[in-house]
Write a protein that binds this ligand. Structure first.
Ligand code: ARG
Length: 458
């Protein structure tokens, strides 16, 4: 018998039961569902809507049910549709008519809105912790590599020398923003919808603030229609997770490139690589590739959610039950990626000599030689032109700029003197860029210190 079966003359088709039922995926919200119900029944008792004895009995039985679920003693019923109905059914089977009073002044529509907010708020905490740990890994790598020179790239062409620390700290900034976005998302999510009823609130004198306080919400929703039909916070979380995964994917892509024979900048630890079933020599960056691949999956969830919600009339529609699998999958995917990704980074070895060689090879100091000429009084555009010719000459002679003799240098400009060699060294190119935000070791160290203060404040 369905809890809502009163107006029906026959049972639901078996196919419809299966189609309608969400218990196989919303059962993971059992804890939030029960805590929400405990707070609701507590408030019903305190407000005199049910008696205090009834309230206490309901609360205690709900606690028992929670323990039983956690002890694996309860099997949910597909026919009972969802986690809300399952818990209520068990409650009623244990305490009869008193259990039937729990749902007073409440609808599954505001109940599910409550549960999903509570569930995702908890998951945001877990993901944020994981992000902090990833950020910490990045800070450790950065701290050890403020003097590790490699080429910085634009268009994937060698551009100017930077340090590995500068490069990894760029990712720190991205992950820091991801962390802040999650916090921001959580603050908008952490609003109590209970009391919205099915759509139009309720005539019972509920104390919504009491429930909000007990459940740790910052505020209550201000419109009952919106309270049951808003899933912005789910979409917002999916978009935060998508942006986060976009960053994971960009770094993955670089790891994959750097670990190739062509770059040879890093070597992944054996524990974070895999072999080939046919090619004995292979050591593949599967972790980074999978992280890159799973990014698409998280984007998919975001698209699912946006599309499910598009054009839904107010207020609740059953379409919205589709929000759960999408956001759960996004959350699970991110939670699976972050720790393994972080460990992969922590255990990789840098091939610093190869990085340095690459920085020497690609005329990455060309800008600095132009700047050298500027300091000797030549206008920048003219200097740019002169150095362009110099690069052409070096390509033809197959040498780096600093491998030219002073004579060769002076054939391009007689302003060039012996000091050119020290002025255009890779080390000088890096150390000279010491504006805030630049790659000079002292600047990056300062950024690392600030970053440490930031993550230690949580
Ligand atoms: N399982 C439903 C969901 O996930 C709960 C709300 C059902 N409400 C209703 N009126 N059918 O959205």
């Amino acid at each position: 018998m369905k809890l809502w079966g009163g107006r029906f003359e026959k049972g639901t088709d078996k196919l419809v039961d299966d189609f309608n039922s969400s218990i196989r995926f919303d059962c993971r919200m059992y804890r939030q569902d029960i805590l929400g119900s405990i707070a609701h029944s507590n408030m019903l008792g305190k407000c005199g809507i049910i008696s205090m004895e009834e309230s206490t009995l309901i609360q205690n039985t709900l606690k028992d049910i929670l323990d039983d679920i956690e002890a694996g003693k309860i099997e949910f019923e597909v026919d009972a549709e969802d986690i809300h109905m399952n818990v209520e059914k068990i409650l009623i089977s244990r305490i009869g008519d008193t259990g039937k009073k729990l749902h007073t002044g409440r609808s599954r529509n505001d109940q599910v809105a409550l549960d999903i907010r509570m569930y995702l708020r908890d998951e945001i905490k877990v993901i944020s912790e994981m992000l902090l740990s990833l950020e910490n890994t990045i800070l450790n790598i950065s701290e050890a590599n403020t003097a590790t020179i490699l080429p910085g790239y634009t268009h994937l062409q060698r551009a100017q020398p930077i340090t590995f620390a500068h490069h990894t700290m760029a990712y720190f900034e991205m992950f820091k923003r991801d962390f802040m976005r999650l916090g921001d998302c959580c603050s908008r999510m952490n609003i109590l919808p209970l009391g919205s009823g099915a759509l139009a609130g309720t005539t019972y004198p509920l104390d919504r603030y009491m429930v909000a306080e007990e459940l740790g919400f910052n505020d209550i929703t201000r419109n009952s229609l919106d309270g049951v039909s808003d899933r912005d916070f789910v979409i917002e979380l999916a978009s935060c997770l998508s942006i986060l995964m976009m960053h994971v994917s960009r770094l993955s892509e670089e790891i994959i490139l750097w670990s190739s024979h062509e770059f040879g900048f890093i070597e992944l630890d054996d524990a974070y690589s895999t072999g080939s079933s046919i090619m004995p020599q292979k050591k593949n960056p599967d972790v980074a590739e999978l992280a890159r691949g799973k990014t698409g999956r998280v984007y998919g969830s975001l698209m699912t959610l946006l599309t499910v919600m598009k054009s839904l009339p107010l207020a609740y529609n059953k379409d919205m039950q589709e929000d759960k699998e999408a956001i759960f999958d996004a959350v699970d995917t991110v939670k699976m990626c972050l720790p393994v990704f972080s460990n992969m980074l922590a255990t990789m070895k840098l091939r610093k000599a190869n990085m340095y060689k690459a920085a020497q090879g690609g005329f990455t100091n060309a800008t600095d030689i132009a700047d050298y000429l500027v300091k000797k009084g030549i206008p920048f555009r003219s200097a740019h032109e002169i150095i362009g010719k110099m690069v052409l000459y070096c390509i033809e002679k197959n040498k780096a700029i600093d491998e030219m003799s002073l004579e060769e240098f002076r054939s391009f400009s007689d302003k060039i003197q012996e000091d050119v060699y020290t002025e255009i060294s890779l080390e000088k190119c890096v150390s000279g860029r010491n504006l805030p935000g630049g790659p000079a070791a002292e600047t990056v160290l300062m950024a690392i210190q600030k970053a440490r203060d930031y993550i230690n404040s949580f």
